[in-house]
Design a protein around this ligand. Structure first.
Ligand code: 6PG
Length: 260
């Protein structure tokens, strides 16, 4: 059974960041209470920095037992971990270091390696190991964060790429049409197995793509990578700020409520 998207709209960026932090903490605390740990996959790009900056403030930093959180990544660029374009590098500087996350709780994708097939397989084993799930069962992560690309991509699953259709692997190499081209990415197979998938999207520049994904009018829009995110037995949440939601019809909005 696939879930109907839970669409939440914050009035502006100033209220969006605390909402994102509250949502993550609420899901994390509930998960730790029931499972004793929290398997979290971080998204890439620039939006997560807004969330990280919030989570590391004194209001939030101590509200979560970070020692029980395992950090994974949904995708990574083919650059060294200290490169300015590294998704891990951003998280290391803005989240892991300020929160004193122990290195053994952080699993970065080694997308800078020459043999990306080997690196992808190695990361699959990492996911299986932390999720305690052996093949052929699909590992179930507790929360996967996603951003929305201008072309409707998620993670490094770009429109028209073979990786989008891979239903066998958990992690695959892929090519980005712009920026750092060489990538590693989780596939829809593992993304749609998550207990919760949370899209974090802000800014007017994303408004038309948000409308295309959430209120599609054509087959092309219905098959955008972001539109294929339909957790099989999980929750799908979109947390938007008002500018990113500005092309949606008013009826789609659910009033923002506290908690998850
Ligand atoms: C990446 C991301 C990618 C990102 C979107 C949104 O490695 O680039 O995983 O999917 O989430 O492109 O990026 P922004 O948050 O920078 O808009």
């Amino acid at each position: 059974m696939t879930s109907v998207p839970d669409i939440r709209i914050a009035q502006d960026l100033q209220s969006w960041a605390p909402e994102a932090a509250e949502l993550l903490l609420s899901i994390g605390q509930t998960t730790i209470q029931s499972n004793g740990r929290f398997l979290l996959a971080l998204s890439g790009g620039s939006t997560p920095k807004l969330l990280y900056n919030q989570l590391t403030t004194s209001i939030y930093a101590d509200r979560m037992d970070w020692r029980k959180t395992v950090f994974l990544f949904g995708d990574e660029r083919g650059v060294p971990p200290d490169h300015p374009d590294s998704n891990f590098g951003l998280a290391q500087k803005a989240l892991f270091t300020p929160l004193h996350i122990p290195p053994n709780a952080i699993h970065r994708m080694r997308a800078e390696e020459r043999d990306l097939t080997r690196a992808a397989l190695a990361y699959e084993e990492t996911i299986r190991s932390v999720a305690k799930t052996s093949a052929p069962a699909w590992p179930r992560l507790d929360l996967i964060l996603l951003g929305l690309g201008d072309d409707g991509h998620i993670a490094s699953l770009f429109p028209g790429t073979a990786a989008l259709n891979d239903r066998a692997r958990l992690v695959v190499p892929n090519q980005s049409p712009k920026g750092v081209t060489s990538r590693l990415t989780m596939t829809l197979g593992v993304i749609n197995q998550a207990t919760v998938v949370l899209f974090l999207v802000t800014g007017a520049s994303k408004a038309s793509m948000v409308r295309a994904v959430l209120e599609p009018r054509t087959e092309a829009e219905r098959t955008l990578p972001a539109a294929l995110v339909k957790p099989t037995n999980g929750r799908l949440i979109w947390l938007l700020d008002r500018p990113a939601a500005s092309a949606l019809s008013p009826s789609i909005e659910r009033p923002m409520v506290q908690g998850n």
